[in-house]
Design a protein around this ligand. Structure first.
Ligand code: AMP
Ligand code: MG
Length: 290
């Protein structure tokens, strides 16, 4: 499985600068990857049907990335193979005033899927240790002195721990959380931004604020290294995958999703003997209907 080298399960530290942003190192051929992706999507569709019927686990797929890494198009292309009844997509934007009057997991809790469903988080509570840390937004939060007076380091160390605890809690309540970082290069981000500016149908995707974030590319990379290293575990792993070629990103995401669904070992619910004989009785009635 080609996703192994991109896996962080708590046993290794993340150094994004050592992780490729394209498929070159993997020596793959685009045609076969496209074919494999199609096969994966078919398998995911089958497994999702069983997962939905089984209702014993819930799956949360967290997608994190810098701008223009391809989160939206990954959601559009990979998740489209699934039955929409069993999937929800939540985009976590800047918190509203109401969100900010609560703890940062408040808005997240409201988006947790019921068991049997898959929730895709387009950004997530990880923003509360990423953008918030890069811009020191916590300084303007209305919180008690005992919180505000802590050093930044301590404040975010605690948040890493809270996030790990939260994900453990979810896992222990029959949820799986898999986190995917789309690793785009600085050059590719520039190329995609220019495309968003040059193509009128893509203008809506660009905001001048994106350039301000781009200026902090290295700061984000450093913080992602820490965040991924500190919040990876065997049961709630991170994957940091190449994002410069969308066809390869889609393949890897399909592989990760398939792997998670396979690990669930879902089964169609089996009827009790009593329910089964009831079903047979209904069958008899239908067959004998005049
Ligand atoms: P986009 O996903 O490109 O539509 O942009 C959403 C924006 O909301 C990004 O710039 C995020 O960094 C920002 N955002 C998401 N969550 C938070 C948060 N908790 N605090 C501040 N900004 C956030
Ligand atoms: Mg954006």
């Amino acid at each position: 499985m080609k996703t192994k080298k991109y896996l962080f399960d708590g046993s290794n530290k993340c150094q994004l600068n050592d992780i490729p942003t394209n498929s070159k190192e993997d020596d793959v051929d685009k045609e076969s990857i496209l074919a494999e992706t199609e096969k994966n999507l078919e398998k995911i569709a089958i497994l999702q049907d069983i997962f939905y019927a089984d209702k014993r686990e819930g799956l949360i797929v967290v997608l994190q990335a810098l701008d223009a890494a391809g989160k939206d198009s990954t959601i559009k292309n990979v998740m489209s193979c699934m039955n929409p009844q069993g999937v929800t997509v939540h985009s976590f934007k800047q918190p509203t005033t109401e969100d900010l009057t609560h703890d940062y997991l408040w808005r997240v809790n409201r988006c947790l899927p019921e068991r049997g469903k898959i929730a895709i988080f387009n950004r997530s509570y990880y923003e509360d240790v990423l953008v918030v840390q890069v811009h020191n937004l916590q300084k303007n939060y209305s919180m008690a002195e005992r919180i505000i007076s802590q050093s930044e380091k301590k404040f975010f160390e605690k948040r890493y721990q809270q996030i790990s605890n939260y994900e453990d809690y979810l896992y222990e309540n029959s949820y799986r959380v898999v986190k995917i970082f789309l690793h785009v290069s600085h050059d590719k981000q520039k190329e995609r931004f220019l495309e968003r500016i040059d193509k009128p149908e893509k203008n809506w995707k660009f905001s001048s604020a994106d350039l301000k974030e781009r200026a902090m590319f290295n700061e984000y990379t450093e913080i992602y290294n820490t965040v991924i290293s500190k919040t990876s575990s065997t049961h709630c792993p991170w994957y940091a995958i190449p994002a410069d070629q969308k066809w390869y990103t889609r393949y890897l995401v399909s592989q990760i999703l398939l792997n998670e669904l396979e690990q669930c070992k879902s089964k169609y619910p089996k009827l009790s003997d009593e329910a089964e004989s009831g079903l047979m009785e209904c069958r008899r009635q239908l067959v004998n209907e005049k």
